[in-house]
Ligand binder design. Sequence first.
Ligand SMILES: *Cc1c(COP(=O)(O)O)cnc(C)c1O
Length: 218
Amino acid sequence: MIAHNLEELYKELPQGVRLVAVSKFHPISELLEAYAMGQRAFGENRPQEMAAKAVQMPQDVEWHFIGHLQTNKLKLVLPYAYIVESVDSVHLLDAIEGWAGLHDRTVRVLLEVHIGAEETKQGFSDSEVLQLLSAAGEYHHIVFCGLMGMASHTDDEEAVAADFARIKALFDRCSESFPQLGDFRQLSIGMSDDWRIAVRYGSTEVRIGTAIFGPRSY
Ligand SMILES: *Cc1c(COP(=O)(O)O)cnc(C)c1O
């Protein structure tokens, strides 16, 4: 099933859109099935779980951390993460910069933008993103790679499209305003239920769990 689901996605995803297989709550055996299909980018949202999986999976897996990250959990995530997609506060960014400086590392991040309506308060506003990027030069150990966002949780495709259009506009504005940020290229939008819409709005990376691994049992 996993192999079949991945094959379909590989076929349908346009060139230039990366697939992150969101494997949270799924066992290593299922990640290995995806790995055998050539999948290398995996997404996890719990520090302990990601750290445990990272030491069990092959070394060339690219771990995308996509969950809320508390600063006291950095040491579980940053040694393994290829990128932290869910930076949602200056406090967290400062803590990552501190950890990276201490360990002589650089850390790739996406800024999580608050686009969806009600349900999540997580993420930066447009003006906060612009302000933060104007100070990007002060973060010597952080590579700003782009934006991440989640659309409103609704069946209303127009509402979802409007959310994606908003984050795409912000993404373009950032790219224009800060050309010196050469790595600012990723727009991580789109999940199992809305990735086709996200792709229409310029997604460069979709994060798909359920449509690959099936439903999660929490
Ligand atoms: C769980 C999760 C996903 C994947 O969701 P699906 O609907 O299962 O595809 C994507 N992004 C984030 C941030 C998540 O937490």
